[in-house]
Every structure is written in structure tokens, then in C-alpha cells.
Design a protein around this ligand. Structure first.
Ligand code: UD1
Ligand code: UDP
Length: 384
């Protein structure tokens, strides 16, 4: 019997991390063939993930430019996808999340009348400029998609309120599936800065920051807040793997370069990152993925953004919205460092985002959609 051709389209680091376990699950299904189309929106950061998960792209549009714009990412992806879809003739295209690759990949699929499955669907802030452009990307993809894989019940509710076309499945987040394979007690770091850290004697704060809406003044405030925290706490080591975006690097190295106890590194590979978080004291970030991973590891997260589309960890008490003002961010971090009760209250492992079986549910849903099984997968239920 002819196998279903399922093409996963992705291009940035977080998409790759969260699609990797799904690509493997599809490949393992006897009725499906898995194809990967990489846009290459990220280059080094994408290649690093592909290497760790031992995956390779069947197609690579290689679109990345230094200081690329939303327009170049979108147009180069759509043009590149035209040829790929015509050649591969997939039965379904899967996209992930809310990047420009996600939007352009889904739009290209629609132009070729290939059904779209949207992984990590239904996250919303309802502010089109925050996160920018991600909120608009995911809203537009919800209109283009036919299968919506919502990580949580709240995400599914958002989609139901919007009366989206097609079927909604609650699957859990595939990030949790990925972490099952990366976090190990005996993990050895290969990045020298991480290898030298004494996690028992020092309190390690993991920092990341990259969002476009934080470029400029908000990012400067964030960097100054990190500096204030390091300068006022002599037992703290800040580990900040700096994103390769030149705008981020100029700001981070400009304000934090040379500050004692602040370790600015290049991006670390995903195994190193997950194990670093597993051993740290707390996380300060504007990243989406870290907001899902840190709670699963029992690490408090300060979210350095004005709002979040991931309210589950805030509701569960393991994440707090710190905003982007220097004094407030620094004060909230100091509270977690100086007040043991505040810290202990947040440092509980809760996992509203998944049980590690999201990929199996997604593949089950695709099989159901194409008549390979009569059984619709049961929804993921978060622990209460
Ligand atoms: C993109 C996504 C964002 C996601 C983030 C994950 C969009 C609009 N933004 O933002 O949603 O949260 O990825 O990290 O889709 N660069 C390199 N090498 C790399 C990666 C990036 O040099 O491997 C540099 C390039 O100069 C590039 C710049 O970073 O032009 C910005 O990359 P881009 O993908 O446009 O934006 P991100 O901030 O990474
Ligand atoms: N990550 C990584 N190395 C790093 C920083 C982050 O592997 O140096 C991982 C992190 O664990 C998470 C993902 O990258 O799985 C998050 O990516 P990012 O913050 O770039 O994007 P977002 O999630 O905000 O879209």
C-alpha cells in the first residue's frame, strides 16, 4: 500500500527541537513516510539541533541572511516551497508554532491545496504586536490549518472560540517529548564555561533573551537588570548563551561583557541547554520554549516580557511575569535569591505542558484523518 507522505516544514531552533521527536514518530509509523523541508531561517542554530537528534533535511531552502527581515524570510520561503511541494507532492504539511517559517510554510501549502497540520496551535496573547510577529503568524496559521494540535486545554478553548475550520486535538507539547531524550543525571558538558561551573556551591541563573519586540530599550533594561543581580549577589553565576542575532549580541555584550560572574557564551546545543536548566537555580528569559521546559524541571522562571501566551505555568505558580523594566526585573530576581520561602513556593516541578506522548497523539490524529485508523486519539489531560 502507498504510504502517506507527511512533510514537516521548519527552520528555526525551537521549531526543530519540538519537531524532532515528531519527525521520528512519523517515520516509525508503518503507513507513513516522513519528509523534512528545512527553510534554513536559522543556520548554525538549526544545524546544531539536527545533529543532536541525528536528523537530516530532505530539502533545504537555505534562506538565512544576516539581519534578515520578515519580508525576506517570508518571500524566500514561499518561492522555495513552490518547487519543493511540486516535486515531493506531500499528502499533508506540518508546521510548528508561530515563526515566519511557520506562516510562510502554511501559506505555501494552502497555495498548493495541501492540507496543513499545525503543531503547537492555539497560543494567544490577543496583542498583534506582542510577541511580534508571532501572535499574527499563529492567528493566520489557524485559518490556514485543517488539523490543530493544541498543547493544552486552554489553547484548544482559544481555537474553539475562534471557530476555526477543521479538527482540534489536545496533545501536550512536543517539547516535553524532546526532553525525555536529552536530560540525564550523568550528562557531561562539553562547553568549557559550563564544565567549570560548581552547581553545588554556586547559584546558577540561566538567561536567554531574543524577542523582536524587546529590541532596543526593553532589551537594554533587561541586560541592566541582569547586571544588577550579578553585582549584588556574590554567590550567583549567570550563564547566558547569547542568540546569534546581531541586534541581541550588540546589546548583550555591550552591557554585560566583562561583568564578573556573568558568562556570555555562544548558543549551546539543546542537550547542554536542557541539562544546564536541570541543574540551575532559576531561569530568566523571554523565550517561549524555556517557559515550558523550566517548569517541567522544577525551576522557577521569571518571564521578561509584558505578557505571555503560556499562562499555565503562571497559574501553577512556577513562572512569574516580570515585565521589561530594569528595577522590577532586578527586584523580582532578588526576591527569589534572598527569600527562601518565595523560592521554595515556585520551585515545584509542575508540568501543565505535556506527558511526553504528544507526538504519539499527533501521529494518531493524522492516521485518523486519513482513515488509517478508526480511533480518534484521546486528549491529553494535565495533572491537576
Ligand atoms: C526567530 C523567530 C522567533 C523565534 C526565534 C527562535 C520569526 C520572525 N522569528 O527569531 O519567533 O522565537 O527565531 O530563536 O520567525 N542568526 C544567525 N545564525 C542562526 C540564527 C540566527 O546568524 O543560526 C542571525 C542572523 O543574522 C539572522 C538573525 O540572527 O538574520 C535573526 O534571525 P531571525 O530568524 O530573523 O530572528 P530570531 O530573533 O532568531
Ligand atoms: N536553546 C538551546 N540553546 C540555547 C538556548 C536555547 O538549545 O543556547 C533551546 C531551549 O532549550 C528551547 C529552545 O532552544 O528548547 C528555545 O528557543 P528560542 O528561545 O530561541 O525560541 P522560542 O522558544 O522563544 O521561540
Amino acid at each position: 500500500m502507498k504510504k502517506l507522505k507527511i512533510m514537516s516544514v521548519f527552520g528555526t531552533r525551537p521549531e526543530a527541537i519540538k519537531m524532532a521527536p515528531l519527525v521520528k514518530e512519523i517515520a516509525a509509523h508503518p503507513g507513513m513516510e516522513s519528509l523534512c523541508c528545512l527553510t534554513g531561517q536559522h543556520r548554525e542554530m538549526l544545524d546544531s539541533v539536527m545533529e543532536i537528534f541525528r536528523l537530516r533535511g530532505d530539502y533545504d531552502l537555505n534562506i538565512m541572511e544576516q539581519r534578515q527581515t520578515l519580508t525576506t524570510i517570508t518571500t524566500k520561503t514561499i518561492l522555495g516551497m513552490d518547487r519543493v511541494i511540486e516535486e515531493a507532492k506531500p499528502d499533508m504539511i506540518l508546521v510548528h508554532g508561530d515563526t515566519s517559517t511557520t506562516f510562510a510554510g502554511a501559506l505555501s501549502a494552502f497555495y498548493h491545496q495541501v492540507p496543513v497540520g499545525h503543531v503547537e496551535a492555539g497560543l494567544r496573547t490577543y496583542d498583534p504586536y506582542s510577541p511580534y510577529p508571532e501572535e499574527m503568524n499563529r492567528v493566520l496559521v489557524s485559518d490556514l490549518a485543517e488539523l490543530h494540535f493544541a498543547p493544552t486545554r486552554a489553547n484548544a478553548e482559544n481555537l474553539r472560540k475562534e471557530a476555526v475550520r477543521g479538527e482540534i486535538f489536545i496533545t501536550g507539547n512536543t517539547a516535553i517529548d524532546a526532553m525525555k531524550t536529552t536530560v540525564r543525571d550523568d550528562f557531561q558538558f562539553s562547553t568549557p564555561e559550563l564544565n567549570c561551573l560548581d552547581f553545588a556551591a554556586r547559584r546558577v541563573i540561566v538567561v536567554t533573551c531574543h524577542r523582536r519586540e524587546n529590541y532596543g530599550a526593553p532589551m537594554e533594561h533587561i541586560m541592566h537588570a541582569i547586571r544588577d543581580v550579578a553585582e549584588t549577589h556574590s554567590d550567583v553565576e549567570v550563564v547566558y548563551p547569547v542568540h546569534l542575532s546581531p541586534k541581541v549580541r550588540e546589546c548583550a555584550f555591550g552591557i554585560l561583557g566583562g561583568v564578573p560572574r556573568v558568562h556570555l557564551t555562544d548558543p549551546v546545543n539543546v542537550e547542554e541547554m536542557h541539562n544546564l536548566m536541570a541543574r540551575c537555580y532559576m531561569v530568566m528569559t523571554d523565550s517561549g520554549g524555556l517557559q515550558e521546559e523550566a517548569p517541567a524541571l522544577g525551576k522557577p522562571v521569571l518571564v521578561m516580557r509584558r505578557e505571555t501566551e503560556r499562562p499555565e505555568a503562571v497559574a501553577a505558580g512556577t513562572a512569574r511575569l516580570a515585565g521589561v523594566e530594569r528595577e522590577i526585573v532586578a527586584r523580582m530576581a532578588a526576591e527569589l535569591l534572598d527569600e527562601p520561602a518565595a523560592y521554595t513556593q515556585m520551585a515545584r516541578a509542575v508540568n501543565p505542558y505535556g506527558d511526553g506522548s504528544a507526538c504519539a497523539r499527533i501521529v494518531g490524529a493524522i492516521a485518523w484523518r486519513f482513515g488509517l485508523t478508526a480511533e480518534r486519539p484521546a486528549d491529553f489531560q494535565a495533572e491537576s
